[in-house]
Design a protein around this ligand. Sequence first.
Ligand code: DC
Length: 221
Amino acid sequence: MISVAIDGPAGAGKSTVSRQVAKRLGYIYVDTGALYRAVGIKFSSLGFDTEVKGDIEAVLKNTTVDIRFQDGEQHVFLDGEDVNDRIRTPEASMMASAVSAKPPVRAFLLEMQRKLAREHNVLMDGRDIGTVVLPQATVKIFLTASPETRAKRRAKELEEKGTPVPFDEVLADIIKRDHNDMNRPIAPLKQAEDAVLADTSSCTFEESVELVLSIIRERLG
Ligand code: DC
């Protein structure tokens, strides 16, 4: 099986670029952030805040997260319910970042991600795919862009969804999440030694897709 690991910070365009690249290659696209988002909304529905203080293991024992593919699109189910729409709010982003720093949460989602890569040709995106989840990935890419570029893209996405958020708030949110994701002691966001850096700050969407495809093709030979 071929596995492509794409890691990078929030808003680098990972999911939109990855989805398109996976389609072009005929691989399954796995958005691992969605799994952390599902766990995040579970905790917030139980009244936890971003400190996530309490018996995390007990909550996870009573939680199921699955991924199903419908027409090639990933749907995340939390306790049997499709939560694809509910996980895309700024609150869900913050809770995802908070729960993702907790070792039991990472352990809870690890095997599920590895199993997908054993069974399919995958393009998997996240923060620790090349470093922890799939250290033997066929190709590793670290996809990034400047915080301002990323905030601009995220603000546009939110506006298009009909849930606009002011630019300054989006930028502050991105900087805070970068800090959380890069400084947590477990599986922090960092470029794997053998990952190729792709900076898309000055790329259009199509150019980003082409850049990633060219890196993969070159590596696959
Ligand atoms: O990619 P995203 O914005 O949907 O990710 C949501 C949060 O989940 C992000 O703040 C970091 C965390 N995450 C992670 O820790 N590891 C991953 N493989 C994917 C996401």
